[in-house]
Design a protein around this ligand. Structure first.
Ligand code: SF4
Length: 374
């Protein structure tokens, strides 16, 4: 398990008495804690100016922030050019202690600290209100947009609050996406069958080379078994798939290992997606991870500005994975994350007519998943 301990905790005055702040500060009572009475200036005094602070060092500072924006919103991947699944994101943590070479956060977050939105009660109250306005919809909500959902959770303990909260929402499902094996603290919670714990999977060789500090494949699968035994529904994301010599053998092996480890009846959905990233990531990766192989593949800049593999490579990869998944579990809904209808058409056995049809398939996957213990 990743051993996380911040070197200092910065606290916005508005959240100094919030429940989450108190819990986190109690857990790290011997770490220096500073209330940021005059925010930006104090950042500079402490040498935390984002322009001067390297990414890895910055992750050792924990900032408990009063977040005034919209933590709950439509998935930013939504686009009329791709087939999307009407997903929602709930941003509570920004930045991640893991070091995946392809991580977009390296180019995207404008400050290197680990930030927690510590006004959690207010954020959840707002989320509950928004969800209650559309009682006929089943909201799928994930927290893994700006961090790994569980990487820091044994230390921050945010997910237990979320799991309890979602267990009482009639029309929403929480998805926690992770590359960790941090589930032990969740196993006895009253989740009510309303939380899906999801793992991002890649062959061991990719984990070794490109997903630094994350749990190994067997550790992730073992954690999935534990979560399943505790009655949680599961999901898996083969994303980002990487194109490397031997991928044609490694991805089918990975699918076999998955179904040797967990029962298909417990899986709500599975997604697939090949590597995509903004070009600005390339110099950052070359600087931080000189032995990374992610830019050795045939990438080109597609019309949305992102680097992707050529269409025929993406199609070969998705088609093979989709066929392998179907061999073991044809009943589990699979979907491609952030790719065009043309790629769906050439790789998948079905093409949803629109976002709503895809969303309905995933909802069905969730509702049909067997719940053993809630
Ligand atoms: S686990 Fe996700 S958020 Fe964390 S470094 Fe890897 S890609 Fe980035």
């Amino acid at each position: 398990m990743l051993n996380y301990r911040p070197e200092r905790i910065l606290i916005d005055p508005e959240v100094k008495n919030s429940k989450l702040t108190r819990e986190i500060c109690d857990r790290f009572s011997d770490v220096p804690q500073l209330i940021l009475e005059n925010g930006v200036e104090q950042h500079k005094t402490l040498g935390l100016d984002p322009g001067r602070n390297p990414l890895t060092q910055g992750k050792k500072t924990l900032h408990l922030k009063y977040f005034q924006g919209h933590s709950f919103k439509s998935c930013p991947g939504f686009s009329q050019d791709t087939l999307c699944c009407n997903y929602y994101t709930l941003d509570l943590v920004e930045n991640c202690p893991f070091e995946c070479t392809y991580c977009i956060l390296q180019a995207f977050l404008n400050k290197p600290l680990i930030t927690v939105h510590a006004n959690l009660e207010e954020i959840l109250e707002n989320l509950g209100h928004q969800i209650s306005l559309r009682p006929g919809q089943l909201f799928r909500v994930g927290t893994g947009e700006h961090s790994d959902s569980l990487a820091l959770d044994p230390y921050l303990r945010i997910s237990p609050h979320l799991i309890r909260f979602f267990s009482n929402l009639p029309n929403a499902v929480l998805e926690l996406k992770t590359k960790s094996d941090h589930v032990d603290h969740l196993l006895d919670l009253p989740h009510g069958g309303k939380t899906v714990i999801a793992w991002s999977l890649n062959p061991e060789i990719v984990i070794e080379q490109e997903e630094h500090k994350t749990a190994r494949l067997e550790e992730r699968l073992q954690a999935a078994r534990k979560a399943s035994d505790a009655g949680y529904k599961l999901a898996f994301h083969f994303d980002p798939m990487l194109h490397f010599p031997g991928w044609e053998k490694e991805y089918p092996r990975l699918v076999k290992r998955l179904f040797d480890s967990v029962s298909p009846e417990r899986i709500a959905w599975i997604s697939m997606g090949t590597l995509r990233c903004l070009p600005m990531l390339k110099p950052i990766v070359e600087d931080r991870f000189p032995s990374s192989r992610i830019f050795l593949g045939e990438l080109y800049q597609s019309d949305d500005g992102k680097l992707r593999y050529l269409k025929n490579i993406r199609q070969q990869m998705i088609r093979l994975l989709q066929q392998e998944l179907t061999k073991y579990a044809p009943e589990i809904p699979n979907y491609i994350c952030m790719d065009k209808p043309a790629v769906w058409k050439n790789t998948m056995p079905f093409l949803p007519a629109n976002h709503d049809e895809l969303e309905a398939r995933l909802e069905n996957g969730f509702l049909q998943t067997e719940t053993e213990r809630v």
